[in-house]
Design a protein around this ligand. Structure first.
Ligand code: NAD
Ligand code: TDX
Length: 329
């Protein structure tokens, strides 16, 4: 099988490509990645994969690569909500035009296409309820990021129904693990503490995220590619709902800091209150199950990864924090 992985030099894409090389060395992998600030070619440097540096919205490049593949998994996207509040344009380009460009080429060459999406397309849930997102929950995105991801999902639906593109979609909850960019919540706090800065909690910290270890997400995607039904949406989550305040307390404790050793900072505008995924349909249909269900163990492994991979993040740290600081002025 020839597999094209777009966005394969980012957080989840890197974990997916590394998993595939480890567990399915017979598969021929090409990565198409623009290497934005979030992509890092070094993540893949030791692997027998072909990296093409390019944009998923560049039709000639996409056409050439799609003509030579059997399957395409699309991880490529602008992925950070805070950045989308600051400047939405790159989100429209990569998430909407990029997905459209991939779909047109998948249609032309009849390539099996899997689109990696997010639970944020469903908006948020009240803090007090026990409700969870289901595959037929209403789309009501809150941010430019989630609005563009919702738009990309809709494009996939349209191309599947009208043009018979053999596509599936997965909507996953918050991932954590190695190779996540230090702008994101967990790695930001861990690297703040490792670099002598204080942790930063938005608003009240009561907002809840449903955490999944990145490899569980990657295994689910591989199951969908092998056994999923074209036209279907698969929800992926590990049922690990925790408030940001609780996650931060675990990080502080693990890293030997006092429980109150953090700054409460301005809240994110439009901040989604709670996400929760009901993955029962995915589990029933595919037999996939999350394996890394001990959040504390996964968090410790993640903290250790950032402790032992300073060279991966240190050069960027000051600029990422300066960027946050500028926005909060
Ligand atoms: P990331 O920001 O770490 O990586 C994105 C990658 O895509 C980078 O390597 C970047 O260089 C590349 N890219 C961006 N625009 C591109 C373009 N126009 N052409 C080619 N490459 C481009 O993101 P991530 O956290 O790994 O997320 C991957 C996908 O999974 C995204 O589609 C995201 O919406 C989705 N997702 C993420 C999470 C999460 O918790 N991180 C949860 C659910 C879904
Ligand atoms: O410094 C911070 N302090 C803080 O309290 C940061 C960066 C975040 N937060 C809060 C905001 C959120 O409630 O932590 C929570 C998680 O924030 P992010 O890491 O920015 O993730 P989120 O906005 O939930 O989106 C993530 O999960 C869904 C990914 O970035 C998306 O790509 C994915 O679709």
């Amino acid at each position: 099988m020839r597999l094209l992985v777009t966005g394969g030099a980012g957080f989840i894409g890197t974990n997916f490509v590394r998993m595939m090389v480890r567990e399915h060395p017979d598969i021929e992998i090409t990565v198409l990645d623009k290497l934005t600030y979030a992509g890092n070619a070094d993540n893949l440097a030791d692997l027998p994969v072909h990296l093409v540096v390019g944009d998923i919205a560049d039709a000639p490049v996409v056409d050439r690569l799609m003509s030579k593949t059997d399957v395409c998994v699309n991880f490529a996207a602008e992925s950070h909500v805070d950045n989308s509040l600051n400047d939405p344009e790159p989100f429209l380009h990569s998430n909407v035009i990029g997905t459209y460009t991939l779909l047109e080429a998948a249609r032309k060459y009849d390539v099996r296409f899997h689109h990696v999406s997010t639970d944020e397309v469903y908006g948020d849930l009240p803090l007090t309820s026990t409700e969870k997102f289901k595959p037929d929950s209403r789309y009501q995105p809150s941010s430019p990021y989630s609005a563009t991801k919702a738009a990309s999902d809709m494009l996939v639906h349209g191309w599947t129904r009208s043009f018979n593109v053999r596509a599936t979609i997965s909507n996953c909850s918050n991932n954590y693990g190695p190779y996540q960019h230090i702008e994101k919540f967990i790695p930001r706090q861990v690297t703040n503490l490792l670099s002598g800065r204080r942790a930063k909690l938005y608003g009240s910290g009561e907002n809840v995220r449903d955490w999944i270890y990145v490899l569980d997400h990657c295994h689910a995607i591989w199951e969908i590619l092998q056994h999923g039904t074209v036209g279907e949406t698969y929800l992926i989550g590990a049922d690990q709902q925790l408030s940001n305040r609780v996650v931060l307390a675990k990080i502080l404790s693990r890293m030997g800091q006092a429980p109150d050793d953090f700054d409460s900072v301005a809240d994110r505008p439009g901040h989604d209150r709670r996400y929760a995924i009901d993955a029962s349909q995915t589990i029933a249909e595919l037999g996939w199950q999350p394996q890394y269900t001990d959040f504390d163990a996964g968090l410790i492994a993640t903290v250790m990864w950032y402790q032992t991979h300073r060279d991966w993040w240190q050069a960027e740290k000051a600029a990422v924090e300066a960027n946050y600081h500028k926005r909060n002025q």
